[in-house]
Design a protein around this ligand. Structure first.
Ligand code: ADP
Ligand code: ASP
Ligand code: MG
Length: 404
């Protein structure tokens, strides 16, 4: 008997018809003789709606109460999905993250899993039930209800698959798999039949939101093979797995983009040892995640330092930046939240020089100015104007002939 984990995203359970379609697939999987653990997201845009609601009643609704609110979204889905499965004559039981024994650290809004007890899930499976687990949530070591970060129902699924040694971890979504670019922006993007975990990590980290970054990290650390596929067509999708040395590597496996960051430039920073350390230590101490960093050539003993941070942290960072500027005796700082990042990802880049050059030429030919650059062994990223980023994605996708 195989154990199969299936995760259904928000659009996949967005209305009663969708829930019945998903329940039908779950029931078929169970009737075929498999044990099934299901993880679901909140219906449609419920999480966004709840966040808006919270912001309508409070200025800074963070932490405990926010998590209490947001976990309600997934709670609705697990109950409805279980009811619909039961209705088809297949026994199913719903569980909150806490009931499933997903134990985390105490960081509200972004808690990390420390342990999965899972006794009740095991009991449910052993007694012939489908177990329907609320995605994106857990209970902290301080016994508080927490969420695991946006998009983290993917993580719940992967963590369940790891905990129970599942034979398959299927992530059902509203596209047929991982494409060479977001199919909503590049209509001729190609579905990949497989992609390496390493490539998927870089794609998820640079805006390819089809899988949440943490779920891919967890899959790599626990050896979980993921199958991303559609809950609309049920066609075979994309396998995300360890690199297979026998397979030829595509030079580029995807173009991603991300408009969730802002650029901060500190002007006229004294060019002395220790200054960069002070700047980034102060931000790290306040848990602001710095991403790309560029320091310009110094003129007359001064230099500019630019870096990117999540846009959602800009307001929170302002007092920290004021303090830093005074402390290091810089001239001031500017915040620019109209930037976006476009990235090329591909394992074959390691052995094919010239990818970065073609990328820069392509952007130049399209009159798109590059403001910052960063690279890893299998990725090149450029910061451009946000208004140019979709054009950049399409142009790069064309230039590297990734389309169908
Ligand atoms: P779910 O609610 O199922 O978790 P998400 O909205 O989180 O779904 O992720 C699926 C979406 O990811 C797709 O609708 C698509 O627009 C977007 N996406 C971005 N980049 C890619 C890509 N490279 N391949 C496939 N989908 C992508
Ligand atoms: N509902 C949560 C979110 O929107 C988790 C998820 O969908 O994976 O972020
Ligand atoms: Mg998602």
């Amino acid at each position: 008997m195989a154990l199969i984990v299936q995760k259904y995203g928000g659009t996949s359970v967005g209305d009663p018809d969708r829930i019945r379609a998903v329940a039908d697939h779950i029931a078929r999987t169970a009737r075929a003789g498999n044990q099934v653990i299901v993880t679901v997201s909140a219906m449609g845009k419920t999480t966004d709606d709840l966040i808006r609601l919270a912001n309508d009643v409070a200025h800074d609704p963070r932490g405990r109460e926010m998590d209490m609110l947001l976990t309600a979204g997934e709670r609705i889905s697990i109950a409805l999905v279980s009811m619909a499965v039961n209705d088809l004559g297949v026994p199913a039981l719903s569980f909150t993250g806490s009931q499933a024994g997903i134990v985390t650290d105490t960081e509200h809004g972004n808690a990390k899993i420390v342990e999965i007890k899972g006794d009740r899930i095991k009991e449910a499976l052993d007694s012939g039930n489908v177990a329907v687990v609320a995605g994106f949530q857990g209970v902290s070591t301080a016994k508080e209800i927490v969420t695991l970060g946006r998009g983290a129902s993917d993580l719940t699924a992967v963590a369940m698959a790891a905990r129970f040694g599942a034979d398959a971890c299927e992530i059902y979504t509203d596209v047929e798999g991982v494409y060479t670019a977001d199919p909503r922006i590049v209509p001729n993007a190609r579905k990949q039949s497989r992609i390496t975990l390493e490539e998927m990590l870089e794609m998820a980290a640079t805006g390819g939101r089809v899988l949440a970054l943490r779920s891919v990290e967890y899959a790599r650390n626990h050896g979980v093979k993921i199958h991303v596929r559609s809950s609309f067509t049920w066609a075979p999708g994309t396998w995300v797995e360890e690199e297979n040395p026998n397979m030829e590597q595509a030079i580029i496996s995807g173009v991603t983009h991300d408009a969730s960051e802002a650029k901060i430039t500190i002007e006229q920073v004294p060019d002395q040892p220790g200054v960069a350390g002070k700047v980034f230590r102060s931000l790290a101490d306040e848990m602001v995640n710095v991403d790309m960093i560029v320091q310009n050539v110094s003129t007359a003993g001064h230099t500019d330092i630019s870096f990117t941070i999540p846009r959602v942290d800009v307001t929170r960072s302002a007092p920290i930046m004021d303090k830093i500027v005074a402390e290091i005796d810089a001239a001031g700082y500017q915040t620019d939240d109209s930037i976006a990042r476009v990235s090329l990802v591909g394992a074959g880049m390691k052995t094919h020089p010239g990818v970065a050059a073609t990328m820069f030429e392509t952007l130049a030919n399209n009159d798109i100015n590059i403001e910052m650059i960063s690279t890893s062994t299998i990725r090149v990223s450029c910061v451009v104007r946000e208004s140019d980023v979709e054009r950049a994605v399409v142009a790069l996708h064309d230039a590297f002939e990734l389309g169908v």
